[in-house]
Design a protein around this ligand. Structure first.
Ligand code: SAH
Length: 390
């Protein structure tokens, strides 16, 4: 077994179960460690701390256990079962209204670098680290063992998520079954999901509760859903009796998916626009009662955090200026590096600069199948605010 010994005192965050070891914390690497290898991590005093996947990068080890155990079939079965049991506790595994959920959310489920989404009997796996991808067949076997006959498909969609040098040699592929798409239910609404062609694993599951909340504010309202992707917010507001729903996305593929979902749910009074949101908003003064802003992550790393803040501010100013009196803004950021306070302050700044008076109706976050844990605050990526605009 490969072993890593830390510099003196560098175990403190690991003792609190923070799952990352930075390269600067490492004193000695024992064995010929290559990207993706499993390694045991020890303190300076040679006390075992845990085991993880090694990467030849700034985050040098991603811990998968803090107990001395082997990373074998039993390990994977237990981990996947634990993820499943928690979703069962949340009421997601046997739910006639909702059959789409995140089964494994990386560090939040003790498995850094692993995402597994469950779409009505079809599992889509996305590995973000080489070490995790090396275990893909064990993960697939564990999924089959946990779900039994309730699982028809396992698709590995890791290529785009893996580090480039390794990902370039990997193909997205079926590990079990070969169904390419399905229709899922979310709070009784139907959505077409295509994991082969769709963004990420195919559907943005993380907005489930926020879409449901939007429904409460939609009756007889004119709604603008920007960055709509597959039209989740559009369907929920349309079904809740909105007087009109306009959906905007710069991607033509996204707009086709939105149209499909609008049709599936028999939503009337809907219009699609394949356009840039900033451009679209320019001449829309007093047209909309409710505007939803759910842009892609403006900041994917700390280096671009400042530009991202400006991006969020400008976007929110543009929307706040146009919204009708007594309107409502649903605004989100899914950038991990923009924390809750920074997002809140950025939206406040946008409210001041747009010269609109606002009241905060709700603070929003990712749902509990994307678990937040105190040992890994970095896991909080989705933040949202709902503002009443005077
Ligand atoms: N709200 C969606 C998820 C949004 S993902 C949901 O509930 O499913 C972000 C989307 O923004 C992507 O579909 C992407 O195509 C779109 N996008 C990116 N830049 C854009 C821009 N400048 N204008 C409009 N859409 C954009």
């Amino acid at each position: 077994m490969n072993k890593i010994y830390l510099n003196k005192g560098k175990e403190i965050s690991l003792m609190r179960f923070h799952p990352w070891v930075f390269s600067g914390a490492i004193r000695i690497k024992e064995g010929e460690l290559k990207d993706g290898d499993v390694a045991e991590v020890y303190t300076h005093e040679k006390k075992y701390i845990g085991t993880g996947h090694f990467s030849d990068a700034s985050i040098a080890v991603r811990m998968v256990t803090f107990e001395q155990e082997s990373i074998d079939a039993t390990f994977w079965k237990n981990k996947i079962q634990k993820g499943y049991d928690y979703r069962k506790f949340l009421g997601l595994t046997n739910n006639a209204e909702t059959n789409v959920y995140r089964l494994i959310f990386g560090e939040g489920d003790g498995l850094p670098g692993l995402i597994i989404d469950f779409y009505n009997g079809h599992a889509v796996i996305q590995c973000h680290s080489v070490g995790m991808h090396r275990s893909i067949s064990s993960i697939a076997e564990a999924l089959k063992a946990v779900y039994g006959k309730d699982l028809q498909t396992i698709y590995d969609k890791s290529k785009e998520a893996l580090p480039k040098n390794y990902g370039s040699g990997v193909e997205n592929q079926y590990l079990f079954g070969n169904t390419g798409n399905t229709i899922v239910k979310e709070y009784g609404h139907s959505f077409y999901v295509d994991w082969e062609k769709g963004q990420k694993t195919g559907f943005f599951i993380d907005q489930r509760e926020n879409r449901k909340l939007l429904a409460n504010y939609s009756k007889d309202k004119s709604i603008l859903n920007t960055f709509c992707y597959t039209g989740g917010f559009s369907v929920f507001s349309g079904a809740a009796g909105a007087s009109s729903v306009h959906s905007v996305d710069s991607s033509a593929v996204a707009m086709e998916l939105t149209d499909k979902n609008i049709e599936l749910n028999k939503i009337k009074n809907h219009q699609s626009f394949t356009e840039d949101t900033f451009n679209f908003l320019k001449d829309k003064k007093d047209v909309y009662d409710v505007i939803i802003l759910d842009p892609p992550a403006f900041a994917k790393s700390r280096d671009v955090k400042h530009n991202a803040v400006i991006g969020y501010k400008n976007l929110n100013i543009a929307a706040l200026k146009q919204i009708k009196k007594g309107g409502i803004l649903f605004t989100f950021s899914c950038s991990g590096v923009i924390d809750r306070n920074l997002f809140y302050n950025t939206i406040n700044a946008a409210a001041f600069e747009s010269k609109r008076k606002t009241k905060i109706l709700h603070y929003l976050q990712q749902p509990s199948d994307h678990p937040l844990t105190p040992n890994f605050p970095e896991g909080e990526y989705l933040k949202g605010l709902v503002l009443y605009v005077e």
